[in-house]
Design a protein around this ligand. Structure first.
Ligand code: PLP
Length: 440
């Protein structure tokens, strides 16, 4: 168990985040509760910003909003000088509502609708990350109709796939994302982007996976993408002014996860870009990266209240909490692993192995198969760290559970950034046709 960010254990043996006792937060805001450590988010932003020397204008760090996005989060990201990657009209709307600087908004997505493209043009966003020919043609038409020029980065599937401790060069053609590099589709896309009115070709993008701990996949991605940039220049004369290498930087979830410092990724990527640019006699592109998980994952935790404890002698002890797959689907969805700590017994040594389960009507509604905890009792406050990324954003109302509240903590102050959904929220969009009489 690693204490993340500003987490500490105080003299009463209670867990503190951002100077706030978790037990007190649970009392004040209820559980389940997402707790976001503002200093930790900002520190992660700054580590990226400094490591990539984003202040120089030679690089930009673009936060991938799909990891966690609210209007308050947009304000933090904006104030740290980062860009924002959005993948839907809803995320774009959130950013605009928060007043996020439009020129730093990058719009991703493999199936942007007509309305979403219009929304992006209307707002005057920084870049459209164009994924396919259909989008390229449509965007050109819409931009021309409006007398605008859309700045475009082409998303490429480079044939490199990385996950956690391994990567492969697949020559992969079977992806729903982007223009396929093998076979010349990516090159054809660049040629088309150069021809179409209303389109300004800015550069190339790839995203090679998630929760990557190794440097080599990024190294390889740079090499492959710079080769493509050279081919594009040769074939079309177009210059790749921006090279976007996506996100995917790994974080700590459980023992055995050993993330590298951001500096190491930055040094590897920047050095290789310089080297390849020199070797291929290309101007050095502005380097873009799109971290999501590594900005917000370690900064978020979920606090639950322990309820039912069921012991099957010789088999397992189930500890049920008042949330589950509705507020964190990652364990059920793809076997994601987490650790836990009892916020009210944080100073006590772990003495038992238990299984932390949710309250949803699904046997797969597990949060942690093997959690090491001090003796657990009903009413304890169980905290799962590192739930900041892809927790709230993937939350559902399964079993008509209201989505939890989220608080932002810093220097002993806790501010609500997402209200808890109550019962009236759950039926807000329900409609009863008039012909359904009131039951009696
Ligand atoms: C998901 C995604 C990211 C962020 O990935 P993390 O693993 O959260 O860093 C960045 N760019 C693109 C295109 C993505 O799809």
């Amino acid at each position: 168990m690693h204490l993340q960010g500003t987490m500490a254990i105080n003299e009463h043996g209670r867990l503190v985040i951002g100077g706030c006792e978790v037990v007190q937060l649970a009392r004040d805001f209820g559980t389940p509760l997402y707790i976001f450590d503002e200093d930790c988010i900002r520190d992660n932003c700054r580590q990226f910003y400094r490591a990539f020397n984003a202040g120089s204008g030679q690089a930009e760090v673009i936060y991938a909003g799909k990891a966690f996005l609210t209007t308050a989060m947009c304000r933090i990201i904006a104030s740290e000088g980062l860009g924002l990657d959005v993948v839907s009209g809803g995320e774009l709307y959130t950013a605009l509502a928060a007043g996020f600087p439009v020129e730093r908004i990058y719009f991703h997505g493999n199936n942007k609708s007509y309305a979403e493209l219009c929304q992006g043009l209307e707002a005057g966003i920084g870049r459209f990350m164009v994924d396919n020919f259909t989008e390229l043609e449509l965007l050109s038409r819409l931009a021309v109709e409006r007398g605008q020029v859309a700045k475009v980065i082409l998303r490429v599937t480079p044939g490199i796939e990385a996950h956690t401790h391994d990567y492969i060069r697949t020559g992969q053609v079977d992806s729903k994302f982007g223009f396929t590099l093998p076979g010349g589709q990516a090159l054809a896309a660049a040629r088309r982007a150069g021809e179409l009115p209303g389109i300004e070709f800015m550069g190339l993008h790839c995203h090679i996976g998630s929760q990557i701990f190794e440097l080599e996949p990024y190294n390889e991605a740079v090499a492959v993408m710079m080769e493509l940039a050279a081919a594009v220049k040769e074939a079309t004369g177009l210059v790749t002014a921006e090279l976007d290498l996506g996100g995917g930087f790994g974080i700590y979830y459980t023992t055995g996860d050993e993330p590298r410092p951001i500096r190491a990724y930055a040094e590897t990527i920047l050095a290789r870009v310089r080297e390849e640019a020199r070797r291929l006699n290309l101007p050095q592109p502005r380097v873009l990266v799109e971290p999501g998980r590594s900005i917000v994952g370690p900064a978020g935790s979920t606090a639950y209240t322990v309820g039912t404890i069921k012991e099957i002698p010789g088999v397992r002890k189930y500890v049920a909490v008042d949330g589950g797959m509705a507020d964190n689907i990652r364990p059920a969805l793809y076997g994601a692993k987490y650790e836990a700590i009892l916020a009210n017994k944080a100073g006590m040594p772990a003495t038992e192995k238990v299984t932390v389960t949710g309250k949803c009507c699904e046997s797969g509604d597990m949060l942690i198969w093997e959690a090491e905890l001090p003796p657990v009792e009903r009413g304890d406050i169980l905290l799962m760290p590192c739930t900041g990324a892809y927790g709230y954003t993937m939350a559902s109302n399964y079993n008509r559970l209201g989505r939890p509240a989220a608080v932002l903590v810093r220097d002993g102050v806790a501010d609500l950034i997402i209200k808890r959904e109550d019962y009236s929220d759950l039926i807000r969009n329900d409609v009863i046709p008039a012909r359904l009489a009131c039951p009696r």
